[in-house]
Design a protein around this ligand. Sequence first.
Ligand SMILES: Cc1cc2nc3c(=O)[nH]c(=O)nc-3n(C[C@H](O)[C@H](O)[C@H](O)COP(=O)(O)O)c2cc1C
Length: 205
Amino acid sequence: MTEWHFYEPGAGHRLPHDPLNAIVAPRPIGWISTISTKGVRNLAPYSFFNLFNYRPPIIGFSSMGWKDSVANIAATGEFVWNLATRDLAEAMNATSANVDAGVDEFALAAIDTLPSRLVKPDRVADSPAAFECKLTQLVRLETKEGRALDQWLVLGEAVGIHIDPAMLEDGVYQTARARPITRGGGPADYFEITEDGLFRMRRPA
Ligand SMILES: Cc1cc2nc3c(=O)[nH]c(=O)nc-3n(C[C@H](O)[C@H](O)[C@H](O)COP(=O)(O)O)c2cc1C
């Protein structure tokens, strides 16, 4: 039997590519819209993203560095999460460009928008689901020694949720119908969620 590859991340992975985000994959994409205090709209994808609580719904993403999305949320306390789908993949990718804080990324990627109801940032009109969120915690990540990192975990409560009625079948939200995209590893891998991947298993009683 060949030996398992074991590594301590602090000492390097000894592989051609870092396997970390290929292992913890695929990850849902936090496509986050914000607005600066000067009124500049911002939109960017974050794959260190997930839903952390049901009631109230709390979602979060983490930013490597103090990026514009984090700066805007820290200043305004608001953001919107937009579902990234196969049809929106190229537009989503375009919004990851490293541009100046003064650039409107909706305009940059030619993305149609709709106003939110309870928060200032707009939402992506063609996203079949969007959560309007208020900041609950902004956590600076630390190492096990307590050394502060320049990595920021943003957590927010969804105070308003928009769902395209086409995603509902007898009132039940159909995950695959939107063809959500998720992020794999490497520089370019994505996975699309389709009906073929669905299987069902109930929790033990
Ligand atoms: C699919 C995808 C996922 C990404 N995930 C993250 C992430 O989890 N954390 C992060 O800091 N940057 C991530 N990025 C890079 C940011 O989107 C990029 O730095 C962007 O310019 C940040 O925009 P902002 O400065 O307007 O917030 C990701 C990019 C893509 C395309």
